[in-house]
Design a protein. Structure first.
Lengths: 607, 300
């Protein structure tokens, strides 16, 4: 009878991780807990004991866990990394996190799922490297409930002084991490002392047992008492069977919202009001709470992309920016280096990020820091400055831990993770600095711009047809403009973006976040072509005001003209001209020509 | 409003997590497919897709037909395909079936047969090398699918509690060019962030049901009134299937559970509470690490 999988769903569930240095007794503790709560399969304890006897090997409770793991291969339901058992109060999932440094990423994967942590420390060996590193990880992962188990007290004759000195030393360490353990418990997992019942071996300890502490951990409701945060995961419009709902889908990270609440999306700062809360096969709901995977329709048309954060206008709003001071740990085989472009995922936002500056690299085991490092190596923790290529919405971790954390992708894998400590404002962006530097170092031709204008009979310009729908109209306009200008003898070139994707950007084809790099290359290309005196035309889709500003910046000192086609959704960028999709193409081209005349790119007499 | 909070159950959490994962997969993978084995788990997965996409199923479903499935499974598959307007794709190892290179034909043992009719068929159907059949809703039958594009994201309904090797899975689990799974070196997962980037030629398997147990599945089926294939219920013979597969290798179990409530009761306190779910599956018993061996080679 497998009580540990007793599926009593009326009980609440709690995930608890057991961490600590290798061989400090994590498996023994879990084996003991399972045995002493009668959570083992019938006969398992006897069977393992008998096996030990046959092999003249002293029985250990850790063998129980190993035996259960072995059994899995034969189809019985116990998890290697996860053991299940019930107390009278809850159903527990105990996550056995590896103590070896090589398995730090597995330890993090396990611990990130936990609501509370036991840190096991060997009374005889004392605080070791991973006791501290794991303490640090627990704090970074935001696990607020921590209990420290001083194990193997039997090896120290249940000496109160030993316990007190470990408690003092480790408390001092955790305090520096802002971790305040709920309790320290002296135990002997091997002898079953203070695991499920208090023992006379340590009459000086009258606190909770391990099991008692588990039941005393609270289901923390950290997500419901903070401001509403909804990272927009996707925007759906499934038209099948006449469905005309435009649904903003995602999971409510924190807080709650009601139908009728006014909302703001960041970083775009667009606003609207919640019209309905959408769910399939569920009763109509007027509010949505943290943890719910749900969807909203809005009273007005709002055009944003997935990755924005929806907040309530009546509450404190998330930050929006490109630069922040963070604490991060690095798991990648290749070190994190400056200048390299990484992908950053924060909530539902994805952007490119670079390591601007390493403030210090911290030795997680003694909290000493190294100041002059330029990179972050595997298994290191660092305080540094990151810059994203586009603004993202976030909270600093002190305001809202759930929206103040991110992961970094390198070579297709999650290679780092961190928390945002502070937003940095007022500093020049890397891109701006790049353009300034580029313009200083740009090797200028002996031919002046005036000479080119005189020779060609017109000025150079970067003309961008943008808009988020109807590529064919944009392309027809761009191609038509090229033809009309060419027929009048102008130096003009239209580059369809498809040619970029097949050529200059072909190396980006397998990357998921290609947009920002494409924009950068297009901007640099425009800088060159406008420098040559040409009128350079392109048409692009799925760009926002920020992308257009980036193109504008990269094309400097030359100028850009943006023509919107279709409904103008660039409410954060002033386009030069907006054309309707339904307008006659030739008329549209004339309007663009008029604009170019007005901007003195081309001159009246030459048209 | 307060009752809303009180009513949030274990199933609500599981549902929300699975929906989040499905939406994440839909957003990140351009060529995405969901495996539908017709069994209870992947049918719950199909239901969760309707939850995630507000009644729609905007991605293809793939069934690997070994040719030895219990016939009711195929009937049920096609009737739900019509009812839910599913984009249904079917693949199989036509060559092996034609040459009768199978266990029921006496040419292969069970493990080899699974590898050939399921793993191989799956691998080559996913890659687009072998023909795919797609249900044409206008014609009301399957036609040759023109799309040979490899699927790079594959959603699978495995659960961690089913069997040892599955408990080691991640929610988003990479497979290399040979569809192989490196159990010892898996990417980290934390804070609802998963592996959604992958090198050319590799693909990612997505497991939205990883944290569900067999009882969770049945309780959710009950709560949502999800239509289930009748093979799971005793039809008066005193037998029912607990796990569905090919008829030569999957035996019904002795049980008189006639509906979902009775199954839940039986699982919670009856005779099945201590017997593994896949105990009716013979291929698991063939060698020591049967399923893990198959899984490293791409079995689901």
């Amino acid at each position: 009878m497998l009580k540990q999988i007793d599926p009593d769903t009326s009980l609440e569930q709690m995930n608890i991780v057991v961490v600590g240095h290798v061989d400090h007794g994590k498996s023994t503790l879990i084996g003991r807990l399972m045995a002493d709560t009668n959570s083992l399969p019938t006969g398992k304890l006897e069977q393992v004991k008998a096996t030990c006897e046959r092999n003249a090997k002293p029985f250990e409770y850790a063998f129980l866990l190993d035996a259960l793991k072995d059994e899995q291969a034969q189809g019985i339901t116990i998890d290697t990394a996860r053991c299940f058992f019930n107390s009278a109060k809850r159903r527990y999932v105990i996550i056995d996190a590896p103590g070896h440094i090589e398995f730090l990423k597995n330890m993090i994967t396990g611990a990130a799922r936990a609501e509370a942590a036991f840190i096991v420390i060997d009374a005889a060996e004392g605080i070791q490297e991973n006791s501290k590193r794991h303490g640090y990880m627990v704090s970074m992962l935001g696990i607020s409930q921590v209990c420290v188990l001083v194990n193997k007290m039997d090896l120290k004759q249940y000496d109160e002084q030993t316990f007190n000195s470990i408690r003092a030393e480790y408390t001092e360490f955790l305090t520096r991490l802002n971790v305040y353990p709920t309790s320290f418990i002296p135990i002997s997992a091997k002898e079953g002392i203070n695991v499920t019942s208090l023992s006379s071996a340590m009459p000086w300890y009258q606190g909770l047992t391990v099991l008692g502490q588990m039941d005393a951990f609270n289901k923390i409701d950290a997500r419901s008492n903070v401001a509403f945060r909804f990272p927009v995961q996707d925007i759906y419009k499934f038209t099948e069977e006449g469905d005309d709902r435009r649904i903003f889908a995602g999971t409510v990270e924190t807080g709650r919202i009601n139908v009728g609440d006014d909302v703001i999306f960041l970083p775009s700062a667009k606003r609207s009001t919640v019209k309905s809360i959408e769910n399939f096969n569920a009763p109509v709901s007027h509010s949505a709470l943290d943890g719910q995977a749900t969807g909203f329709t809005l009273t007005t048309q709002v055009y944003i992309r997935p990755g924005e954060m929806m907040a309530k206008t009546s509450e404190s709003q998330p930050c929006s920016g490109t630069r922040f001071r963070v604490n991060l740990f690095w798991l990648g085989r290749a070190s994190m280096i400056q200048g390299k472009k990484y992908k950053l995922k924060l909530g539902s936002a994805r952007t490119t990020a670079t390591l601007v500056h390493v403030i210090n690299v911290l030795d997680a085991s003694d909290l000493t820091s190294e100041q002059n490092k330029q990179q972050v190596d595997r298994n290191e923790v660092a305080e540094c400055i990151l810059e994203t290529s586009k603004p993202v919405a976030f909270d600093v971790v002190g305001d809202n831990p759930f929206t103040g954390r991110f992961v970094i992708i390198d070579n297709y894998d999650i290679a780092g993770a961190g928390i945002i400590l502070e937003q940095i404002v007022g500093e020049e962006s890397t891109l701006k600095i790049h353009v300034q530097k580029r313009e200083i170092e740009w090797q200028r031709s002996d031919i002046t711009q005036q000479q080119r204008i005189a020779a060609y009979g017109h000025d150079s310009k970067f003309v961008v047809f943008a808009g988020n729908e109807d590529d064919s109209t944009k392309e027809a306009l761009a191609a038509g403009l090229e033809l009309r200008l060419l027929s009048r003898g102008f130096k003009v070139y239209f580059l369809p973006t498809a040619n970029l994707i097949k050529g200059l950007d072909v190396d980006l084809a397998h990357q998921t976040e290609i947009k920002e790099e494409q924009i950068r290359r297009l901007g640099e290309l425009a800088r060159i072509l406008t420098d040559s005196g040409q009128i350079f035309i392109t048409s692009i889709s799925n760009v926002d005001g920020y992308d257009l500003r980036t193109l504008e910046l990269l094309n400097k000192p030359n100028e850009i003209v943006v023509v919107n086609v279709g409904e103008n959704r660039f409410d954060d960028y002033a386009v030069s001209l907006s054309l309707n999709v339904s307008d006659d193409i030739e008329e549209g081209i004339t309007k663009v020509c008029d604009l170019l005349k007005e901007k003195k790119v081309i001159f009246d007499y030459s048209i | 409003m307060e009752t809303l909070e009180l009513n949030r159950t274990h199933l609500d959490h599981l549902e929300a997590q699975s929906v989040h994962i499905l939406r994440e997969a839909y957003r990140e993978f351009k060529s995405l497919v969901m495996l539908w084995s017709i069994g209870k788990d992947s049918t719950v997965l199909l239901w969760l897709a309707r939850k995630a996409f507000f009644g729609h199923v905007p991605l293809p479903l793939l069934h690997i037909d070994t040719g030895f499935k219990v016939p009711e499974m195929i009937t049920y598959r096609d009737s739900l395909t019509r009812e839910f307007h599913l984009n249904m794709v079917v693949g199989q190892n036509a060559k092996a079936l034609l040459a009768k290179e199978t266990f029921p034909d006496g040419k292969l043992n069970r493990i080899q047969c699974c590898k050939s009719l399921k793993s191989e068929a799956l691998k080559h159907t996913l890659s687009g090398e072998w023909p795919r059949l797609r249900f044409d809703h206008k014609l009301g039958r399957y036609v040759q699918d023109e799309n040979p594009e490899a699927y790079t994201g594959v959603i699978v309904g495995v659960r961690a509690d089913e069997e040892g090797s599955r408990s080691k899975e991640r929610y988003f689990s990479p497979r290399d060019v040979e569809s192989e799974w490196d159990v010892s070196d898996q990417p980290p997962e934390l804070w609802n962030q998963y592996k959604t980037d992958f090198a050319p030629g590799t693909h990612v398997r997505i497991h939205p049901l990883l944290d569900w147990t067999e009882v969770d599945i049945w309780e959710y089926i009950e709560r949502e009134s999800i239509p289930m294939i009748s093979l799971y219920f005793d039809q008066g013979t005193g037998k029912r299937y607990r796990s569905l597969g090919c008829f030569p290798c999957t035996k019904p179990v002795d049980s008189t559970s006639k509906n979902v409530q009775e199954i839940i009761q039986e699982l919670k306190s009856g005779k099945f509470s201590s017997i593994a779910e896949r105990s009716g599956r013979d291929q698991d018993k063939e060698d020591g690490g049967g399923l893990e061996t198959l899984r490293r080679d791409g079995y689901m």
